[in-house]
Design a binder for this molecule. Structure first.
Ligand code: AMP
Ligand code: ZN
Length: 471
């Protein structure tokens, strides 16, 4: 499988450290509010990556954190803890907020067929691990204490900006924009590993540490949770593109300084879901959730299809019109699958050839839009319906669009509608009209049609025979 690696800026043949277990880490949600559909785009594409790896024969262990402490209003370590902001907004405790929005996040994931990672770890579970890593970084001379906080010292690194070739000054200015400068920092990019002092004295969750009572920085959570469950060598680290800097940059800095060797080989970044007015973001207050889409009558599968139709490394623009198009496409696709009959045997050669196209799409840097097109190739192919159904079932292990289940539901609905319409007397009249037409007794056929019309029945002649419906 070829995957674009943000670390090397090119597509590379994916080669795990140990093919018997791919180790994958995903940055989890900050549970101070509902996930918006932009966040969920990232989780959908990460889900497709994990399922593709499994489909291609790699066993995967995937770990995700739940950020329930330490993510401040600005990713550059300033402002109030987002969790505390959420708790104040709703007049609840931080733990209540965390529990409520963690459950809401997984309920949304279920609706979108996003598989739960093998390990899900709340950040507040791993305080001992953070303290150990911070202590080691201090002992190695990679960190320092200033103004009560512990900072990572970026001047100890050979290279800090690992993901881009930007001019360092430009980036640093970008980070500082609108953010007050922390005068404790020795270097502009240094970041907090452990807080004991902040101007927000009412931080809800605090723990004892060698540096005083405080709480961890956001970045250290992912490094420690990953190492706790996946060890010192990680194959893939995934997240939204906004996490590349500073979050992932800082994760690499502290992890590799702690370990003394390279940590993660492949960095997978999903680009943003934008609206006309820019990036969808929780902090802007107004955002779209899966529940809102459902309230408006959309099947969450239409949103999943909408995401799969575009490449994960392109920004995706959300509009209701675009979602409507995806919803219509989904309905039509399901209707075509519902028309297939589970008859005939599976043609192994056709199966192999059609599957090959799907596999190549996944292998080409997770080209999900081509993978979706492979389903249409199957529908158009000259092979038995049994082969087509077997292929669609196979592809849906990765696409997770509920294609066969939705087709079955549609067939049941159509059968129920037909049953509601059943009327033996009308059937007999329709049959008599068909017989009259066959005998070229058109006067009788027309008479029956008129009689049916008078009873409020419309006759529809189709290539499959005559049908009728009440009007
Ligand atoms: P958060 O809950 O804010 O920590 O974000 C959860 C995930 O969603 C992270 O991987 C972010 O990078 C990602 N993310 C945030 N905003 C967007 C967006 N508009 N489109 C896609 N992914 C996003
Ligand atoms: Zn993270």
């Amino acid at each position: 499988m070829y995957l674009y690696n943000s670390l090397t800026h090119k597509k590379e043949l994916f080669t795990p450290n140990d093919p018997s277990l791919v180790k994958m880490y995903t940055c989890g949600p900050t549970v101070y509010h509902y996930a918006h559909i932009g966040n969920l785009r990232t989780y959908i594409m990460e889900d497709v990556l994990e399922k593709s790896l499994r489909y291609l024969g790699y066993p995967v262990k995937r770990v995700m954190n739940i950020t329930d402490v330490g993510h401040l209003a600005s990713d550059a370590d300033t402002g109030e803890d987002k969790m505390l902001k959420g708790a104040k907004r709703e007049n609840k405790s931080v733990l209540e907020i965390a529990r409520f929005y963690t459950d809401a996040f997984f309920a949304d994931c279920d609706k979108l067929n996003i598989k739960r990672p093998d390990v899900v770890e709340p950040a507040t579970n791993c305080i001992a691990e953070y303290i150990h890593m911070v202590q080691t970084l201090l002992e190695k001379g990679k960190a320092y204490v200033a103004g009560g906080n512990v900072y990572f010292d970026t001047s100890t690194l050979d290279k800090y900006y690992v993901f881009n070739d930007h001019d360092e000054e430009d980036l640093a200015v970008g980070v500082r924009e609108g953010v007050e400068e922390d005068t404790n920092k020795k270097n502009k990019n240094d970041f907090v590993l452990w807080f004991t002092k902040s101007k927000f004295e009412d931080q809800a969750l605090k723990w004892d540490s060698p540096w005083g009572v405080g709480y961890p920085g956001w970045h250290i959570e992912c490094s420690c949770i990953s190492m706790k469950h996946l060890g010192e060598d990680l194959d893939i680290h995934a997240g939204g593109i906004d996490n590349a800097f500073p979050h992932h940059t800082n994760e690499i800095a502290q992890s590799e300084s702690y370990l003394g060797h390279k940590w993660c080989n492949y960095w997978f970044h999903v680009h943003h879901l934008n609206t006309d007015s820019g990036k969808m973001s929780k902090s802007k207050g107004e955002f779209l959730t899966v529940s809102l889409l459902e309230q408006k009558g959309y099947d969450p599968m239409a949103y999943r299809l909408f995401c799969l139709q575009s490449h994960y490394r392109r920004n995706l623009v959300f509009s209701w019109e675009n979602l409507d198009n995806a919803a219509v496409t989904y309905e039509k696709l399901v209707a075509r699958i519902a028309a297939l009959k589970p008859e005939g045997s599976v043609d192994e050669e056709a199966f192999r050839q059609l599957k090959q196209r799907f596999v190549s799409a996944l292998n080409g840097d997770l080209n999900t839009s081509v993978a979706v097109t492979s389903v249409y190739d199957v529908l158009k192919a000259k092979c038995s319906d049994a082969t087509k159904l077997a292929l669609i079932q196979d592809f849906d292990q990765v696409l997770s669009l509920n294609l066969l289940q939705a087709a079955q539901t549609l067939r049941e609905k159509q059968a129920a509608e037909a049953a509601a319409q059943a009327d033996p007397e009308i059937d007999a009249l329709v049959a008599a009209r068909t017989a009259a037409k066959k005998e070229k007794n058109f006067a009788e056929a027309d008479r029956i049609r008129d009689e049916l019309k008078a009873r409020g029945i419309e006759i529809i002649d189709t290539p499959q025979g005559t049908k009728w419906r009440k009007v």
